[in-house]
Design a protein around this ligand. Sequence first.
Ligand SMILES: [Zn+2]
Length: 351
Amino acid sequence: MFCMKALLVDERTLTFSKGELPIPQNGPDEVLVKVHAAALNHRDLNMPLFYKRMREQDASFPVSTYAVGADGAGIVESIGSNVRSWSIGDPVIWSSLAYCGVCSACLLGQNVACLKGNIMGSTGLNGTVAQYVAVPAKLLIPKPEHLDVKESAALSMGLGTAWRALITRGGLQPGETVLIQGIGGGVALFALQIAVSMGARVIVTSSSDEKLKQAMALGAAAGINYQSEDVVERVIDLTNGNGVDLVVDGGGSKTMPIAIQSVRDLGRVVNYGFVTGRTFTLDTYHLMIRQVSLVGTAMHTYSELVSAVRFFSNAKLRPVISKVFSLEDSLQGVEHLESGSHFGKIAIHMD
Ligand SMILES: [Zn+2]
């Protein structure tokens, strides 16, 4: 059996390590991709914790060691017997949500809520920080021509999630004002780039003046340091007393109350994460009297990612890369992600 190098996580101990796995065999509906670059997401840190919680509720929940990562870019190395649309040698990226296609959610076209789906880099499905990965052909997308392989690898999860949050769930229109809380992570930065390119006015928050400066260089109209300034007061000030049209929030407990107070009457708040915690107190006055819409979002459908990649390509946008590590040094990449000091994506190259 031939082996490949990979970045692994052991769910029993919640530890990351470099190791080896057998090179995967692609099934009849899959292709085998030689991965040239991968990228990390916050969910790569969260998944082992999520499964730990699942096992605390249900001891029979499976535990495993698997290759980390959902995002990547590479070259098709071999194709399954049923695959017609892709050829050996094609440069590709992919959506990492392996949906079943036949459950009630999938049949409604809502594969983001697939009842039997799994995400690459989870228990039962090896991830992309590895030399090879088997990918269902229905998830493949051509690699954008204007980006190098590391930039292409950085797109999938963050870009797709940002697109669904802003466009599908948030209903962003050109000319609107958007508040993006906590600029620096992948989703927030992709949301900033998309919104600016669409002609929206974007206000961002961070605890770092340096990150605010970098966001302004990417087109943000204003930056608010949430440690030294009152975010709600500044937002109301920046919007002539009205509040923003849309808030995109990945913070949860600490930032959702700020989001709700910063949005205008009849405005929308879209939440895609809970890095500061999951619960907060809601005054239903904001829902009934002010008619604010609170919407949740997670991941993306395949077609949303295709739209997002086309938009990114047509606008000649490039993802912000914080740092690039080799597979050999990929544990440092995990540390960089855990530190929260990154501005942009953390890419891993396999060569
Ligand atoms: Zn399904």
